[in-house]
Design a protein around this ligand. Structure first.
Ligand SMILES: [Zn+2]
Length: 106
């Protein structure tokens, strides 16, 4: 990975972090959760939304870590096998720290 690619990845990660933060902080999200008049559809909808939030929070943490990782010496190298992770893969999955081979084995 060259410096230009590293900068492009950092920019991409920051954009993604902003997107997730915006998604995770809508105002008054859970205000109707205990309303007894809530029907089943609404209960299912909030269960799904809370599951999505968990996934987004996990991704947010991973991308924040990877943003720091890009400034370290082993930036761009697989966490498991130390092989170089293709730039295109990091662009497609900025939250990963594994090469395709290790990701498929895990
Ligand atoms: Zn690997």
């Amino acid at each position: 990975m060259n410096d230009r690619q590293r900068d492009a990845l950092k920019q991409l990660m920051r954009t993604r972090i902003n997107e997730i933060e915006g998604f995770l902080s809508p105002t008054g999200e859970n205000s109707d959760l205990d309303d007894e008049s809530a029907n089943l559809d609404q209960k299912i909808a909030s269960a799904v939304s809370s599951q999505v939030s968990q996934n987004e929070k996990r991704e947010l943490a991973l991308i924040r870590n990877n943003l720091q990782w890009l400034d370290s010496e082993d930036a761009g190298y697989c966490h498991q096998c130390s092989g170089e992770i293709p730039f295109a893969r990091l662009q497609a999955v900025p939250a990963t720290r594994l090469c395709i081979g290790c990701a498929e084995r895990s």
